[in-house]
Design a protein around this ligand. Structure first.
Ligand code: NCD
Length: 331
């Protein structure tokens, strides 16, 4: 198999226009939904993201956000989102309050979300929030004076994941317009695909949704994107669309969102990407997954140059560095 031409590509080093210029589309804003962004915003963010990448390669960390304090408030498990925000603020010279085990905070005593938010914003400059309830980030934002960054509100949205997913596609394939993106797995409860599909709707793309019947993309979202003129099609089998796919975005069945374990058992393990699947896939396809993976991608696939999920994680740190810099007014 041929090596992917863009794999291992690194952002070019150039003069970094870091300063005090404040981008009013980001500065001081809550980041709650991808609906708040247009293509210009994304270009700005991605350019700053590439600058962050170059700076990390050159110096590792630097003092752009020195004196700023970020709170990571996580009511649900997280490895990548939480630690990449932690790495992002540290590499920018700021510091972190990490609350990821709410059983050891006053939440366990019955403290409400607004009270917890009002407390933590007294100590920090922005709050990254992950919470099991859809709409929780918006609720927090109603009470907060400091920016709230939605890091996943139940089955709702995961905007910063979609931003890094889009950055990944752009870095791996060099463009977004003209691509066919196939989303596979739990499209019903998977918040990453809810955000990503909406963000991709800003571009000239075709979207394929492959899922078991019980886990289809929410009809409301499909209708909304159809209203915007986005070509979308739904399938049960990946084979139907694999050959035309530029980006295959695989997701985990969200076990924690099922009321009845039997319903989970009935659909989990519906799809597994194997070396055989990759053998039938286009040579320049990019394979993505937000992780954690359970059984959706066989580990043998990791060696395939088209498997972009570990690079996707790294891009996530640069994008979150860019977002923090823009929101806190220093990019
Ligand atoms: C995802 C999430 O939390 O929504 N993980 C992540 O942030 N990278 C995906 C998942 O949990 O399946």
């Amino acid at each position: 198999m041929q090596a992917h031409p863009n794999h291992g590509r690194r952002a070019v080093s150039r003069h970094l226009p870091f300063g005090e210029k404040r981008d009013t589309r980001f500065y001081g804003q809550h980041i709650l939904s991808v609906a708040q962004f247009d293509r210009m915003d994304l270009e700005t963010l991605f350019e700053v993201g590439e600058e962050m990448w170059a700076m990390v390669e050159r110096v590792g960390s630097f003092d752009l956000l020195r004196g700023k304090v970020l709170t990571n408030l996580f009511y649900e498990p997280s490895t990548r989102t939480s630690s990449s925000f932690a790495a992002a603020i540290e590499r920018l010279g700021g510091s972190l309050i990490q609350i990821n085990n709410v059983t050891f905070s006053s939440v366990a005593k019955g403290e409400s979300l607004p009270d917890t938010i009002r407390t933590l914003e007294s100590y920090s400059d922005a709050i990254v929030l992950r919470h099991p309830q859809k709409g929780s980030a918006a609720t927090a934002a109603r009470y907060a004076r400091k920016p709230i960054i939605n890091a996943g509100d139940g089955p709702g949205e995961h905007p910063t994941q979609a931003l890094l997913d889009l950055f990944t596609i752009r870095e791996e394939l060099g463009r977004i317009d003209g691509l066919t993106v196939t989303m596979l797995g739990d499209l019903r409860y998977g918040r990453t695909v809810h955000s990503l599909a909406q963000l991709l709707a800003l571009y000239d793309v075709r979207l394929n949704y492959v899922s078991p019947d019980a886990l289809r993309m929410p009809a409301e979202l499909v209708e909304r994107l159809a209203g915007l003129g986005v070509p979308q099609a739904e399938f049960r089998e990946l084979e139907a669309v694999l050959g035309e796919t530029d980006v295959l975005y695989v997701t985990r069945v969200q076990r924690e969102r099922f009321d009845d374990p039997a319903d989970y058992q009935a659909v989990h393990g519906s799809y597994t990407i194997t070396p055989e699947t990759m053998g039938a896939a286009p040579e320049r396809m990019v394979l993505m997954h937000p992780f954690p993976r359970v059984s959706e991608i066989a580990i043998e696939v990791d060696e395939d140059p088209r498997a972009a999920y570990f690079r996707q994680m790294e891009y996530g740190m640069y994008v979150r560095m860019a977002l923090l810099a823009l929101v806190l007014g220093k990019a």
